[in-house]
Design a protein around this ligand. Structure first.
Ligand SMILES: Cc1cc2nc3c(=O)[nH]c(=O)nc-3n(C[C@H](O)[C@H](O)[C@H](O)COP(=O)(O)OP(=O)(O)OC[C@H]3O[C@@H](n4cnc5c(N)ncnc54)[C@H](O)[C@@H]3O)c2cc1C
Length: 402
């Protein structure tokens, strides 16, 4: 079967990768050179530790507190946009304990499956710079450490290994770096990699096995009742038996072009990369109070975070970037403003679904279109399992439809 995958981020690439392995003829289309999306500059963390969906009870309270502060870790730009309001209402309905309880099992299973697939890829020799030193949820205050320790207890209940660390033990795991922290929780099964290397390796592996169309934007579809038979582009039409929409934060737009609705909102985040960090961290950290991630990537160190719901735009809000750097300076004085102020921030858009769970499913009433999107803050972590699951669902769907 000929399958056209639209979107060449980590989700589209892994979708294509498993489809090729199942013997399908695959055409992968990206409007840039597979380097525009969130998959390129993200924090590189693979986190089975993040087993609760974003749509959770505390998030609404916290976001209302932060809503009008553009320097806070989570910022919503007030705006009248019917799609955003519809998305917001769906999110609001899901932000409850029942949803969290129902989501932990499937989300955790997908995360753990993905982690084992990454380990397999590294063992097969794929160049990812995969490191299995875990990730530390680092806490400035005792109250936060108590909360994180409680979550660690829940994690143990679903088979995730953790260890509570004192400030000294965090230092032992990162010799040569100074910390101002109370302690943390070490998630031993978390990992990290260099996202740019992953993308390059997947692209290299696919070239020759799949048709890779870069610099081509899908601008519409030709729909006949409940089927799409062509994707329309300025460079001509792309015919296929099956279509996969993996356009990240742009997937809602693609769905509309196909005459359907998909609730995906962009959640902007920023990163700064110090190319040669000295001293260097050995184990990645997440500063819990400030929601900032710090990841060593070979010689480089990537610092980033924040969630901004302001639509898709190119604006860099300096206050938000400064907020990240101040948070780092307060806990890791070696990586303060002096080292980072000259570096240019990168930003990307997390594709957020209102449930906080990825959407890997048929699109609306269409019989030959599936969506693989909405992975939010966990797209890198979830990508291999999402690609493999999509591949299985397509096989089942085609059998059911035929
Ligand atoms: C600051 C930041 C840090 C993050 N850190 C982590 C982390 O540590 N761990 C983790 O698991 N996740 C992390 N994420 C989330 C993760 O990066 C995303 O969930 C993931 O990259 C989404 O992948 P994607 O393939 O769905 O989308 P993208 O990577 O955005 O790719 C979508 C692609 O589709 C293409 N496209 C869109 N429309 C069209 C069209 N019409 N025609 C052709 N092509 C089109 C785009 O050009 C783009 O290349 C982070 C995100 C951010 C912003």
């Amino acid at each position: 079967m000929r399958v056209c995958v639209i979107g060449g981020g980590v989700i589209g690439l892994f979708s294509a990768w498993y489809l090729v392995r199942s013997g399908h003829e695959v055409c992968l289309v990206d409007r840039n050179n597979f380097n525009e999306g969130a998959s390129h500059g993200n924090a590189g963390m693979i986190c089975p530790s993040h087993f609760t969906p974003l749509a959770a009870p505390g998030v609404i309270r916290q976001s209302l507190k932060w809503m009008f502060d553009s320097g806070s870790p989570f910022y919503i730009k007030p705006r009248f946009d019917p799609d955003f309001i519809r998305w917001g209402l769906q999110f609001f309905r899901k932000a409850n304990r029942r949803h969290v309880k129902a989501s932990i099992g499937p989300l955790s299973a997908l995360l753990q499956w993905s982690s084992s697939l990454y380990r397999d890829l590294a063992e097969e020799g794929m160049d990812l710079s995969l490191s299995q030193r875990g990730i530390i949820m680092a806490c400035k205050g005792q109250h936060t450490l108590d909360e994180e320790s409680h979550i660690a207890g829940q994690a143990a209940g679903i088979g995730i290994r953790t260890r509570i660390l004192s400030s000294g033990e965090i230092h032992d795991l990162n010799p040569g770096v100074r910390f101002k922290l109370t302690g943390g929780v070490h998630y031993l099964d978390d990992m990290h990699l260099v996202p740019e290397k992953l993308i390059t390796s997947l692209k290299a592996d696919l070239s020759g096995k799949a048709e890779m169309l870069s610099g081509i934007e899908v601008t519409g579809f030709h729909r006949e009742n409940d089927r799409i038979d062509r994707a329309l582009t300025q460079a001509g039409e792309i015919r296929a038996d099956f279509f996969v929409l993996a356009g990240g934060a742009w997937t809602g737009k693609l769905a509309r072009m196909a005459g359907e609705y998909a609730a995906i909102e962009p959640g902007k985040g920023y990163n700064i990369t110090i190319p040669e960090a000295n001293p260097q961290l050995s184990t990645p950290l997440i500063l819990v109070e400030d929601r900032v991630a710090i990841t060593p990537m070979d010689q480089a160190l990537r610092l980033g975070g924040t969630m901004e719901l302001s639509g898709i735009n190119d604006l860099v809000l300096t206050r938000r970037v400064t907020g990240i750097l101040r948070a780092i300076e307060s806990c890791l004085p070696d990586f303060g403003m002096d080292q980072t102020s000259v570096l240019k921030p990168w930003f990307g858009f997390r594709p957020l679904s209102p449930t906080g769970l990825p959407v890997i499913a048929p699109l609306g009433r269409l019989r030959n279109v599936m969506i693989n999107a909405g992975h939010g803050m966990l797209g890198l972590s979830l990508a291999p399992a999402s690609g493999k699951l999509l591949n299985q669902l397509i096989a089942d769907h085609v059998r059911g439809v035929a």
